[in-house]
Design a protein around this ligand. Structure first.
Ligand code: GAR
Length: 215
């Protein structure tokens, strides 16, 4: 059983997807704590409702990133975290912190990486006129929204559509691929070499692409 701490900053819908997955019998990971850098977010309520311990490490309480991350580390140690899931965690983490958790920290991002890192991804996808959008679960590396890709889900863009409706559709896909990616890692079905992750063929013949039709 893989002991996971989930880091959040907001509403926590991906956290909820992870909570629901972990509640299923035979799921190979469990959430030992949820830590937020914001004190008043709905994600913390979701954790409490599921009986999961919560902690707040408010970045505003610290002089700099190093102090903030030291406090974060203390909490992770306290809960004996073996793995971290970033679920809408909107703080940039220093490379020292990231390297300490090398290959043991996952992130979900609402674009088909490496395109559209950062914020407002669906607005930017529409502006760019790309034909597909989607989401990516990847192992965290020091550069923002970078690292070995575990799973992606793609969606064709209807040019009439607005960013809000696209974001809502992509969010549904996020809720499918995040628990799935965590499961693959917890079962040891992923090997990571440098900046590439490979899923064993028996689990995913297509190497990590989930399309809406498969859901
Ligand atoms: C999600 O769309 C997630 O992919 C995104 O923040 C949202 C959090 O929603 N993360 C990033 O943009 C990370 N670069 P949630 O709190 O409902 O899970």
């Amino acid at each position: 059983m893989l002991d996971v701490v989930v880091l959040i900053s907001g509403r926590g819908s991906n956290l909820q997807a992870l909570i629901d997955a972990c509640a299923k019998q035979d799921f190979p990971a469990r959430i030992v704590a949820v830590i937020s850098n914001n004190p008043d977010v709905y994600g913390l309520e979701r954790a409490r409702a599921a009986g999961i311990p919560t902690a707040v490490v408010n970045h505003r309480d610290f002089a700099d990133r190093e102090e903030f991350e030291t406090a974060l580390d203390q909490q992770l140690k306290q809960y004996r975290a073996k793995f971290i899931c970033l679920a809408g965690f909107m703080r940039i983490l220093d490379s020292r912190f990231v390297n300490r958790w090398r290959d043991r920290m996952l992130n979900i991002h609402p674009s088909l990486l490496p395109s559209f890192k950062g914020l407002h991804t669906q607005e930017r996808a529409l502006e760019a006129g790309v034909r597909f959008t989607g989401c990516t679960v990847h192992i965290v590396r020091p550069e923002m929204d970078e690292g070995p890709i575990i799973l992606q889900a793609a969606l064709a863009i209807n040019p009439e559509e607005d960013a809000d409706s696209l974001s809502a559709k992509v969010l549904k896909l996020e809720h499918v691929i995040y628990p799935e990616a965590l499961k693959l890692l917890a079962l040891g079905r992923v090997s990571i070499s440098g900046n590439r992750a490979t899923i064993d063929k028996a689990s995913y013949p297509q190497q990590g692409m989930i399309s809406p039709e498969m859901i």
